[in-house]
Design a protein around this ligand. Structure first.
Ligand SMILES: [Zn+2]
Length: 460
């Protein structure tokens, strides 16, 4: 396989002596990751199975839940685990993590993994979980943050503007907040300053704030970019000096990449992460798909029969956090669906996720029980927007055979336009739904400030 290269300026940076203990630890990981990313896929998998074997042994001997649920599996037999025995380890559901809580904590956490730090997340499922991570786990988190900068060759002396603060009364327009660095101050490398703005800011004010502060990079949730880019095009607003947009926290989709190019002529990069497991995959520097962060976690994509998906097939995302010896999540069902990809031609042997399809809630269950994906592709959205002057839309599945189309429109729609949309929706989702329309003042965000194109409002 063709091995690629890392930018020489970054290779030079990786040789530098770090400024702090933490910096030293993270730099060491980054130097390792610089090597391991180019390993052959088979070698990466073999290393992972050694790590999985060790982790499972640790879990069996120090966490009663795993001792009970995996007693039929010999953790030390790496060869048989790799040959398929691993698939007999039960999948860990979010409900189980929610129910067992601290019982999933190891009774013998390696001392050199450092102190514990808890993270709480309710996701979009309303099922809160608490996950404990060690310093060692968080070092990987930091290393992957920097790896993302390396892969996308960011100029870290530049200014980063993040529109992601949802804290009440923090980083309010017009000032926002200013920080000395991009991440924590004791990070690996010195960076330029970062700015933050509250997600509650109006789109017009966001555009004004970005234009006034002239950042090199903008980081936001996809729903913000989805509204900001068309607004800027409509009002002829461009951002001088903007180099790239990064998104995190929601499904991204091709449409968004096209929008960024169209509105500001910049690339968009996506990060796939979850609070409880950290970075799952980063966008390849060369292609629009994702590389699993295999040094930090083992990822499986399982079909409806719990068998691994082949490239081109889609299934549930299952993650094992191989570096977390405090509260390892072993075969944890993240709640997302993804499509497995072929080995990448960029030279990196890290596994590939072709597409992230969405969360379980993004699946429309048809009255006959079949599934339909609700994430609209770029051509879908174009067709949809061309049917009427629509500014924003949301589909609500309100009863088994009923969909309510919620629209914010630039003028009142004609009966013909409504009929066309109703026909399009039924064709798209593959069922003759009873379609109704509503025209609210605004479409509500979730508590975490996220926006969903598609929501389910009844119990199946
Ligand atoms: Zn690649």
């Amino acid at each position: 396989m063709n091995k690629g290269t890392t930018d020489p300026a970054w290779l030079e940076r990786l040789k530098r002596e770090p400024r702090s203990d933490k910096g030293h630890r993270i730099l060491k990981l980054l130097r390792q990751c610089e090597q391991t990313q180019w390993h052959d896929p088979e070698d990466i998998l073999a290393t992972q199975f050694k790590q999985l074997s060790r982790l499972l042994g640790h879990a069996q001997s120090t966490i009663p839940h795993y001792a009970a649920t995996t007693s039929h599996i010999k953790s030390g037999d790496v060869r048989s685990l790799a040959a398929g025995r691993w698939l007999d380890v039960p999948v860990l559901k979010r409900q189980t993590v929610n129910r067992l809580g601290k019982e999933l904590l190891s009774r013998n956490i390696p001392q050199d993994h450092g102190s514990l730090n808890a993270i709480y997340t309710s996701g979009t499922t309303g099922l809160p979980v608490r996950v404990e991570r060690t310093k060692h786990t968080l070092d990987y988190w930091s290393a992957f943050t920097t790896r993302d900068h390396i892969w996308h060759n960011r100029d870290i002396d530049g200014v980063l503007a993040a529109i992601r603060s949802s804290e009440k009364k923090f980083a309010l327009y017009p000032k926002g907040a200013r920080h000395a660095a991009w991440g924590s101050k004791d990070g690996v490398f010195k960076t330029g300053p970062s700015l933050s703005l509250n997600v509650g800011t109006s789109i017009a004010d966001m555009a004004e704030w970005i234009g006034r502060n002239k950042p090199d990079y903008v980081l936001a949730m996809p729903n913000i970019i989805k509204r900001l880019a068309p607004w800027c095009m409509e009002h002829g607003v461009t951002f001088d000096g903007l180099k790239e947009v990064s998104v995190i926290g929601e499904m991204c989709g091709e449409l968004l990449r096209d929008l960024c190019q169209e509105a500001w002529q910049v690339p968009l990069h996506d990060v796939y992460s979850s609070r409880e497991v950290g970075y799952i995959a980063l966008q390849c520097p060369v292609n629009n798909h994702y590389h699993v962060q295999a040094e930090g976690l083992y990822l499986e994509i399982l079909d409806a029969d719990d068998q691994p998906c082949k490239p081109g097939e889609s299934g549930r995302v299952i993650v094992t956090t191989i570096q977390n010896y405090a509260m390892p999540l072993i075969r944890y069902e993240v709640g997302d669906y993804a499509e497995a990809g072929e080995t990448c031609d960029c030279g990196r042997g890290l596994p590939v996720i072709k597409r992230i399809l969405g969360r379980e809630q993004d699946i429309l269950v048809l009255p006959g029980g079949q599934h339909s994906w609700t994430l609209l592709g770029s051509p879908d959205v174009r067709d949809f927007m061309n049917m009427a002057p629509i500014s924003q839309y949301q589909f609500a599945h309100v009863a088994a055979d009923k969909i309510e189309v919620r629209l914010i429109v630039k003028r009142e729609l004609t009966d013909d336009e409504e009929n066309n949309i109703a026909n399009w929706v039924n064709k798209k989702f593959g069922y003759p739904f009873d379609i109704s329309f509503s025209y609210p003042q605004e479409l509500a965000l979730t508590k975490a400030g996220k926006f969903k194109d598609f929501i389910v409002e009844f119990r199946n």
